[in-house]
Write a protein that binds this ligand. Structure first.
Ligand SMILES: *Cc1c(COP(=O)(O)O)cnc(C)c1O
Length: 431
């Protein structure tokens, strides 16, 4: 079913903006909890199921804490993501460490937390043995090569992806790991990103189930986990269909019944590492129109830029835009909606039909709850924005303050800058 793009009301946004100036990302606690629950319901048939939220999608501790309360684990891939997990009380098999090209100290830290290690390459076996040691339970990431097709549609291109073991390397890797003392294995693969096609997970699950059986037959290795990773998408465009999570869970169950259910691998835990599916539609970037410009095209300039939300500039990604209070107004203008970077790809929308926008209007960019703030950067010396949580009781909470020039300059340690920063702070100038 195509989705209707809704955002918090103009009244709610104005109430927040009175205290927290734009731009900021706003997250809906109720929506995040509801999405986590829908996901868990869809896989409830598997006793050991767990969602390991992909922290890189939204590494705000308050958001990850909400997901912890909903029973999720975390999927980490860097030192600071592991630190965040530890600070929130995650440990042991509540943490998945799915990294690649991993530095030694990160393996050591992940092992110290007793996280589940998801190895990306056969050479990492000896590397991990030297840096942290081989655990009893270890997961391996598979890359089948080629392309992943759904009918004639190419969903993903694993043959061009840097991740994972080849099938041959999995056999050799498992034998080696068993020699080194590993007792039980997991299998992981991430073959398509941001797909709303309900057949992706069932197809991936069948591939991994059959592969696990084959590996078990040849090596005798027991399997404790099948990790379907991330990749379930959201309809960024209003005319796109939503992924049907219940049907997806059912499709994976069917694949399980037809492959593993009556084999020695029956009862294996199925896990996911979704990020985007859980939080993307529960977030919005809230900005204001501060300039309009009419040359060969009509431009609306926002007080936000690609530093606040990079996906349009980086991938040409579509993010739906509405104007607070003008949700039902006719789309009788065509604008390029842009930020202030000295970089012409700093465009949130290109030739987009929108209602007439007045200066000061609150402009809402949808679906920024995942890979939004976390991809932000500091180009042109722009400050990364605040994050605000809209709570279940209707109140709001600042969960990350906006960066200041002091944050921006913190790593250069220049005494003249310190004087200038202090002057600005004394005058209360806001960046
Ligand atoms: C990015 C990533 C995810 C999450 O991807 P989504 O598109 O947010 O679902 C999960 N697992 C791994 C290993 C990743 O790199």
């Amino acid at each position: 079913m195509p989705v209707t793009k809704i955002a918090p009301s103009k009244e709610t946004l104005e109430r927040i903006i009175q205290q927290i100036p734009t731009p900021f990302h706003l997250y809906d606690e109720g929506a995040i909890r509801a999405r986590a629950r829908a996901l868990q319901n869809a896989f409830a048939w598997n006793g050991g199921y767990r969602e390991y939220f992909a922290v890189k999608a939204n590494p705000n501790p308050r958001i990850v804490q909400i997901l912890r309360e909903e029973g999720c684990g975390v999927d980490c891939s860097s030192l600071t993501e592991l630190m965040l997990a530890q600070s929130l009380g995650f440990s042991g098999d509540e943490i998945m460490f799915s990294s690649n090209m991993t530095p030694a100290n990160e393996f050591e830290y992940a092992r110290a937390l007793d996280a589940i290690i998801n190895l990306d390459d056969i050479t990492h076996i000896d590397f991990l043995r030297r840096h942290g040691g081989i655990p009893e339970h270890v997961c391996l990431r598979y890359n089948p090569g080629g392309t992943l097709q759904s009918g004639t549609f190419v969903m993903g291109n694993p043959g061009e992806a840097k991740y994972g073991f080849t099938k041959e390397q999995l056999y050799m890797g498992i034998r080696k790991l068993m020699e080194y003392g590993a007792k039980s294995f997991g299998l992981h693969a991430f073959l398509a990103s941001n797909t709303t096609d309900n057949s992706y997970y069932p197809m991936l699950a069948r591939t991994l189930f059959e592969l696990a059986l084959e590996l078990h037959a040849k090596t005798g290795a027991p399997f404790f986990m099948i990790n379907l990773s991330g990749g379930i998408g959201v309809p960024y465009q209003p005319e796109q269909n939503e992924a049907d999570i219940q049907a997806i869970g059912e499709g994976v169950r069917l694949a399980y019944e037809q492959t593993l259910a009556h084999t020695p691998l029956a009862g294996v835990r199925i896990v996911t590492e979704l990020g985007r599916y859980v939080t993307a539609p529960a977030g919005w970037l809230i900005a204001r129109a501060i300039h309009e410009k009419h040359i060969y095209r009509d431009y609306i300039g926002l007080d936000a830029c690609a530093a606040d939300l990079m996906r349009p500039a980086m991938y040409g990604a579509y993010h739906h835009i509405t104007v607070a209070g003008k949700e039902n107004a006719p789309l009788n203008r065509v604008y390029d909606v842009v930020g202030s970077l000295c970089e012409n790809n700093d465009k949130f929308a290109i030739q987009r039909p929108l209602p007439h926008i007045d200066m000061g209007d609150i402009v809402v960019l949808h679906d920024t709850g995942a890979h939004g703030h976390s991809m932000g950067y500091n180009y042109n010396g722009k400050m990364r924005p605040a994050e605000v949580l809209l709570k279940m009781d209707g109140e709001f909470e600042l969960i990350r303050r906006r960066e200041t020039p002091r944050d921006y300059f913190a790593t250069v340690m220049n005494p003249q800058l310190e004087t200038v920063i202090r002057q600005m702070e004394e005058k209360g100038v806001r960046a």
